[in-house]
Design a protein. Structure first.
Length: 179
């Protein structure tokens, strides 16, 4: 991950929250297939991404949630990841579960571990960004000078990944969520 990179995510967030709703008997029938489809979708795109010279960092989003794995990617680099909240895909009914405070126990552990390194999470948004995912998507960065070429590659290969942010010189926090 380098200053000037673009940040991409392949899958929608929400497997931890939906799984918890399932365990509590609160998952709506129509949401079960969304959960199942996401968790059984392989991250085989990772192999392809690893072959591209302009992909600068990559991880999967699992137990530490989106925020935790993003902070792992940043490490001790002197950069800030700016995340556009509106670009992050989430499961369609996610807010109906978070508004009922349905989320995995480790969500708050993740939040407590990472909140000091981030800004911009409002109200209950931490439940989404700190949600420990099961079989979550891939989070990766692309050198922005190759972004047009990469977007073309995605489209030609019929791959699914969404640009959710960018990397810049270090600001106050390592991660800034913006509306």
């Amino acid at each position: 991950m380098n200053e000037g990179d673009s940040i991409y995510l392949t899958k929608s967030l929400g497997t931890g929250i939906y799984s918890t709703a399932l365990k509590r008997g609160a998952l709506k029938e129509e949401d079960y297939s969304i959960l199942l489809n996401s968790m059984t979708e392989l991250n085989s795109l990772g192999f392809e991404l690893g072959q591209l010279p302009y992909v600068t960092a990559m991880t999967d989003v699992t137990g530490f949630g989106f925020l935790g794995h993003l902070l792992e990617m940043i490490g001790d680099k002197n950069v800030t990841a700016t995340i556009e909240k509106s670009k992050i895909k989430t499961f369609s009914n996610l807010n109906s579960y978070t508004s009922q405070f349905i989320f995995p126990d480790n969500t708050t552990r993740n939040f407590n571990a990472y909140e000091k390194e981030s800004s911009g999470m409002k109200d209950l948004e931490f439940m989404t960004y700190c949600d420990p995912q099961t079989s979550g998507g891939l989070l990766f960065t692309v050198n922005s000078s190759n972004e047009t070429e990469f977007e073309k590659w995605l489209k030609e290969g019929n791959y699914s990944a969404v640009k959710v942010g960018s990397v810049s010189k270090r600001n106050e926090k390592k991660v800034e969520f913006v509306d």
